[in-house]
Write a protein that binds this ligand. Structure first.
Ligand code: NAP
Ligand code: HSE
Length: 433
């Protein structure tokens, strides 16, 4: 069988890993797909840059359409990043009847459904396993391994940078800014880490997961997002004292026909399996009504881990080519999109309040909760260091709707004895699923 020729858009962290795996695992690939894989063309912005992989100088180009329109290229692997221009390149590649593989979560979160339609119209494959949780094969797991089940909940630690920062703050008591710098030096934070620390990177991944897991056209704007930049040492210390671990958690939950998707700092019981996912590692906890609890763990970024996902997509494309079934992978969503309102989203809540230490303050606060029928699971009152006139009250509520909780916060802020509501966080996983 004739060789499969790959056009690579990008030869950075992930692109170099792709070349290395194709070169190092050529025998295995040959055995699986029955033909050699050749790198036909590579798009870079600077062909003179020193590379840590061995690629012939003559395959480099700085002109994207040299790759996309090369008649010899069968498969385009997009590992250059970018959104609007890159989207057009991939549409043009699909219209040229090239199969496309991408690691680009930013692009797939925004335009995944549109691109999958273009792929189907052209009878081409479009695979994007590397776009969520790097080396963990979670998209294929949802599409194939759990295809027969009804997924009702997914909880993910899907951003390595924020998990690294929170682990170091939790375990080593390191300062936020120092750990962020360390994550950048280690190479898993984005060059501009705003998307990491403000939760947008995780939100993009959760939109992709929710779309697949719930077979519903969930958009990025349907994902509620809160990042980790406001988390204080006190929040982490009080969480620990109550037996919880603070993590940035993506939650996608389905109840009946409606779904909620969010990314937010969340308190998980120390015994929850996601609590022990540390440093830059990722994990996705999936609950299916038939299978029950499952959890998938591994590296969420990095050159070779991410490249394994890309090259596995390449194997899938080549198997489809051999069977003549390219373009049949995309199945239109089964369900109409229905997103829960804040009165339909229920969770336990943690809150930390500074109040004036005076008679009756505590009972005025608790009465605001009891008026709404919300009781406490845990409560703690203690003095605020260096401020004798203040007391700190820390509460974990039982289940409440987001709407009720937001009304309670409003009422607390209006109370003269409340100096400040310092922080609030969702609490998850007490009953596990
Ligand atoms: P990277 O190291 O910055 O590499 C980008 C590559 O694309 C470089 O080779 C660069 O050329 C080339 N490039 C970018 N814009 C170009 C343009 N306009 N024209 C020509 N060449 C251009 O990026 P990366 O970390 O490999 O990430 C690639 C993609 O994978 C992104 O979508 C990212 O979100 C996704 N991803 C990354 C990881 C990870 O661990 N890094 C994990 C999962 C997903 P030069 O080499 O000449 O500069
Ligand atoms: N910046 C991302 C992270 C890279 O920290 O998880 C992988 O998508």
């Amino acid at each position: 069988m004739k060789a499969i020729r790959v056009g690579l858009l990008g030869l950075g962290t992930v692109g170099s890993g792709v070349v290395k795996i194709i070169q190092d695992h050529q025998d295995k690939l040959m055995h699986q797909i029955g033909c050699p894989v050749l790198i036909q063309k590579v798009l870079v912005s600077n062909p003179d840059k020193k590379r840590d992989v061995d690629v012939a100088r003559e395959v480099f180009t700085t002109e994207v359409y040299d790759v996309i329109r090369d008649p010899e290229v069968d498969v385009i692997i997009e590992v250059m990043g970018g959104i609007e221009e890159t989207k057009q390149y991939l549409i043009d590649a699909l219209n040229e009847k090239k199969h496309v593989i991408t690691a680009n979560k930013d692009l797939m979160a925004l335009y995944g459904t549109e691109l999958l339609h273009v792929a189907k119209e052209n009878s081409c494959d479009l695979y994007y396993e590397a776009s969520v949780a790097g080396g963990i094969p979670i998209l294929r797991t949802l599409e194939e391994g759990l295809a027969s089940d009804r997924i009702t909940k997914m909880m993910g630690i899907v951003n390595g940078t924020t998990n690294f920062i929170l682990t170091k703050m939790n375990v080593d008591k390191s300062a936020y800014e120092d750990v962020l710098k360390e994550a950048q030096d280690l190479g898993f934070a984005e060059a501009d880490p705003t998307a990491d620390v403000e939760g947008l990177d995780a939100a993009r991944k959760m939109a992709i997961l929710a779309r697949l897991g719930f077979s519903m056209n969930v958009d990025l704007e349907d994902v509620k997002v809160k990042g980790i930049s406001d988390i204080s040492d006190e929040d982490i210390n009080f969480s620990k004292r109550f037996g919880y671990t603070m993590k940035l958690i993506g939650i996608a939950q389905r109840d009946g026909e409606k779904v909620e998707v969010s990314v937010q700092p969340t308190l998980l019981p120390d015994h929850h399996p996601l609590s022990s996912v540390n440093n830059e590692f990722n994990a996705v906890y999936v609950y299916g009504s038939a299978v029950g609890e499952t959890m998938f763990y591994g590296p969420g970024a990095g050159s070779l881990p991410t490249a394994t996902a890309v090259v596995s997509d390449l194997v899938a494309v080549m198997k489809n080519m051999r069977l003549g079934v390219n373009g049949s992978g995309f199945i239109a969503p089964q369900f109409e999109k229905k997103i829960k309102s804040s009165s339909e989203i229920f969770a336990q809540q943690f809150l930390r309040i500074h109040v004036r230490d005076q008679v009756g303050a505590f009972s005025r606060i608790t009465s605001i909760f009891s008026e709404r029928g919300i009781s406490f699971e845990k409560i703690l009152q203690l003095p605020v260091k260096g401020h004798d006139e203040l007391a700190e009250i820390v509460i974990i509520t039982h289940q409440t709707s987001e709407e009720d909780f937001s009304n309670i916060l409003q009422k607390l802020n209006d109370l003269d004895v409340v100096v400040q509501v310092k922080s609030t966080y969702r609490v998850e996983g007490n009953g596990l699923s």
